[in-house]
Structure formats: structure tokens, C-alpha cells
Ligand binder design. Sequence first.
Ligand code: PRP
Ligand code: MN
Ligand code: MG
Length: 182
Amino acid sequence: AKDMGNDLEKILLTEEQLQNKLDEMARDIDEVYGSEDILVIGVLRGAVMVVADLVRKIHAPVTMDWMAVSSYGSGTKSSGVVRILKDLDTDVMERDVLIIEDIIDSGLTLSWLKSNLESRGARSVRIATMLRKPEAAKVEIDVDFLGFDIPNEFVVGYGLDYAEDYRHLPFIGTLAPHVYGG
Ligand code: PRP
Ligand code: MN
Ligand code: MG
């Protein structure tokens, strides 16, 4: 629903906080890569906003590609087995890959994706994520560029959805429990 009504409980991160953090992350990314070519891989669909904003703040030469993945199994996101719904159009062999995500929850998606890209012969695979939920982690992941650690709450906006809604919001908020039946 575009008219949010009282669906949001509170704003967790304002547009300004997000953009300021992306400025810092872009500075760190530039420091690490210098003038090396970066192959940015965005994970559809949540990462669209972060990718779009972050690549415009990076000075290193960037090319972009996209993957869509989905967890296999019993409907929940805990199997750790991931299915590729849309694969890359780019050969990652010998490329310096920067995966960009909106959020690391259990970590299962990214841990699978990182080793998948390494096994395709990428020269380096690094990870940038806007959010991370330390309390929800099921696997350890080395994050190279982190926006914010957040509590284990249901967050939406800035790419993050609940049933495909709220992705378009320029800020990140927590969803009121009545929306998801909590
Ligand atoms: C969400 C989020 C991450 C992933 C994190 O994507 O955007 O990609 O889950 O979860 P994990 O760390 O537990 O693996 P989702 O599968 O909801 O698809 P979407 O990006 O299209 O919303
Ligand atoms: Mn996602
Ligand atoms: Mg989602």
C-alpha cells in the first residue's frame, strides 16, 4: 500500500542517515580499490536502492550486474540452499567483485553467493551491505563495508519489503506488528 497509514511503528534510519553512511562507505570502497575496475553485483530485488546510490558515490570505475536468488526448501529462509532465479550476464573470471546487499539477516544468502562467485574464478569477492542483524546470524560472514548493525526487528523501506510493499521508501522504518500479525 502506497499510503502507509500507521503501518510503520517508527523510523529507524532517516534518508539523511542513510545517505551520509553511504558517503562513508564509498570513501572506504575507493580507498580499497583505488582505480581498479569493480564489478558490482546487486542482489535483486532488495539491493536496487543501495546499488543505485552507492555506485554514484564511488569514484573507481564500476560495471554493474545483477543476480536474483531464492532460498530452496520449506518456505522459510533457513535451508541455506540457494537457487539462482536470474544469473549474471558477466563472466566473473579474474574480476574484482563487490556484492552489494540491502541486509544480512541469517547470512545464508550471502555466504552461498560469495563462495559461488569465488568458485567461478573471481579474483576477489567483497561484500557491502547497508544493514546487518547480528542477532539473526546463522553463519559468520566477513562484511567488508557495513552500513548499520540493527536489532532483530522487521524493517522495511529503502529496498526492503514486506510482501513487496514499502521498497520505495527513502528511509528505513520498523513495521507495526499489526501489519504482519505480530
Ligand atoms: C532479503 C534481503 C537479502 C536476504 C537476506 O531478500 O534482501 O537478500 O533476504 O537474508 P539472509 O541473510 O537470511 O539470507 P529476499 O529474499 O527477501 O528477496 P528480495 O531482495 O527480493 O526482497
Ligand atoms: Mn534480497
Ligand atoms: Mg524480501
